[in-house]
Design a protein around this ligand. Structure first.
Ligand code: PEP
Length: 251
């Protein structure tokens, strides 16, 4: 059975002081949580190390929200996978729809970023998902399959098993509109079937597929009870300790 993962994506929010206060609340609330769900906080770059240090031996882990496709050198403002590894951070979100939309990241670039992450022993949380117009046209499965194929299918079976996939329909991100549990399950099953066709069912069954898009305490349990939904990538609700912890409880 796959262990559930609940990852919070803080995006570009919080000052250092606020980040510390939220982390402190999460540490104290996380101690009440039973079960083995993994918790990850994907925080802005300046807070990676302090958040990791603050979490200490807590069961919550830390992730970055992006990494460069380059190894090192004259790339002002960029942060490499090696830098993230060097401060002991295990996860990195790649291909979030906001990066695809605002920073024009495409499948080819993301394939390189995935390689950089894996090459530095980071677990990529690889995001895919369709915008509203594609959902309305009914071609959402075609697009998501293409996103997965373009950025992950160059990997060996051994490597792809180290990836976490997050299906995030763009129309549900930050909009308060959640995909129904049926819509989420249907797409997750499509992705798992695609992985099975390429890598075999044994590999496909090991890859966690998270759902993201307005996950809240009141819809988390239903979403996470779908057979192919292995947890969530949570934006807005991860900025409030109680909401995030209640979502984890839903897992
Ligand atoms: C996200 O940014 O990955 C996300 C899912 O955001 P929200 O939960 O706010 O929709």
């Amino acid at each position: 059975m796959r262990t559930k993962i609940i990852a919070g994506n803080w995006k570009m929010n919080k000052t250092l002081e606020e980040a510390k206060a939220l982390t402190a609340e999460l540490i104290s609330m996380a101690s009440e949580i039973k079960g083995d769900a993994k918790m990850v906080l994907c925080v802005p770059f300046p807070y990676l190390l302090s958040t990791k240090d603050q979490l200490g031996k807590s069961r919550i882990q830390v992730g970055a929200q992006n990494c460069s496709e380059q190894d090192s050198g004259a790339y002002t403002g960029e942060v490499s996978a090696l830098m993230i590894k060097s401060i002991g951070i295990p996860y990195v979100i790649l291909g979030h729809s906001e990066r695809r939309q605002f920073f024009k990241e495409d499948g080819k670039l993301l394939a390189i970023k995935v390689d950089k992450a894996l090459g530095n022993d980071l677990t990529p949380i690889f995001c895919c998902g369709e915008p509203l117009e594609i959902r309305e046209k009914g071609t959402h499965e075609v697009l998501v399959r293409k996103q997965v194929e373009e950025s992950l299918f160059h990997l060996s079976a051994e490597s792809v098993k180290k990836v976490v996939i997050a299906y995030e329909p763009v129309w549900a991100i930050g909009t308060g509109k959640t995909a129904s549990s049926q819509q989420a399950q249907d797409m997750h099953a499509v992705i798992r079937k695609q992985l099975a066709a390429k890598y075999g069912d044994g590999v496909a069954q090991q890859i966690p597929i998270l759902y993201g898009g307005s996950v809240k305490p009141d819809n988390a349990k239903e979403l996470f009870s779908c057979p192919d939904v292995d947890g969530g990538l949570v934006g807005g609700a991860s900025l409030k300790a109680k909401d995030f912890i209640d979502i984890v409880k839903g897992a």
